[in-house]
Design a protein around this ligand. Structure first.
Ligand SMILES: [Zn+2]
Length: 262
């Protein structure tokens, strides 16, 4: 059943910055006293039909520009993320010999500020997201973790999806509601037949999956637990590798671009 040929040639993990936050943001009811420095990632797929970007990182303009940093972080009591020159997405893509223009498809897990920062530079691409997440991101219900300015350009070419779906052979998206209304996670099949699970914010840390601890921010606790269990089930069933987006320990063992998984 899993023997279809994948369109994916390589999976790159790009570390694009760090967030500084209380651990309870990642683990509901746990670790409020402890500050974490959690990586922010993007994933790039080299496929036989072109480059695919999974999530769009955090735009360092918010920390480079003192007025924006004041408005979006200091004035609301949130620590600004850390983005070194080496973390900047265009710089890392250049090392792979590509630019924003080379990416034809962008898939978003959800619309939180650390997942959509560079989206405004991908107006030439098709952007795939769950319909429910898109609606929530443009509604008045959304909290401060949504930076509307990152995704409200009328030039963005949205493709709205509902439930589980396949982008192309070897790239499957699963609706993993809970952290946000329309959160989705990815399952990537590589040429080696290795399967990678990308949970995004369905669980930030290994602890979320090992102990079934919910993300600190959830719109639906029951759904968030079901999402964690579903992703754990895929890891077991398919002997998959889980690549955690925000885990400060896991990131040290993950192969970072220009290294890749194939
Ligand atoms: Zn999030």
């Amino acid at each position: 059943m899993h023997e279809t040929l994948t369109s994916v040639r390589r999976l790159y993990v790009l570390l694009v910055g760090y967030e500084v936050l209380p651990k309870s943001i990642s683990t509901k009811g746990r670790g409020r006293r402890f500050m974490m420095s959690e990586p922010i990632c993007c994933y790039l797929l080299d496929t036989n039909t072109g480059w695919v970007l999974l999530d769009a990182g955090f735009d360092p303009v918010y920390v480079r520009d003192p007025n924006l940093c004041q408005e979006y972080f200091h004035s609301v009591g949130i620590y600004p993320p850390i983005v070194t020159r080496e973390d900047e997405l265009p710089f890392q893509m250049l090392k792979l010999g590509i630019s924003f223009r080379d990416v034809g498809k962008v898939v978003l897990s959800h619309l939180h500020l650390d997942h959509v920062g560079y989206l405004k530079y991908f107006e030439h691409a098709t952007v795939y997201i769950q319909r429910e997440e898109h609606e929530y991101g443009f509604s008045s219900a959304k909290p401060g973790s949504y930076f509307l300015a990152d995704y409200n350009s009328p030039k963005i070419q949205w493709q709205l999806k509902e439930g589980d779906w396949e982008l192309q052979p070897g790239v499957t998206l699963l609706k993993t509601r809970g952290h946000t209304p329309g959160h989705q996670s990815a399952v990537i099949e590589l040429p080696s037949s290795r399967v990678c699970v990308l949970p995004f914010d369905a669980g930030d840390l290994q602890e979320n999956f090992d102990e079934e601890i919910l993300p600190g921010e959830c719109v639906d606790d029951d759904a968030a637990l079901a999402s964690i269990r579903r992703l754990n089930g895929i890891v077991t069933e398919r002997q998959a590798t889980m690549l955690l987006f925000h885990d400060p320990m896991a990131i040290q063992r993950i192969k970072l671009a220009p290294e890749y998984y194939d």
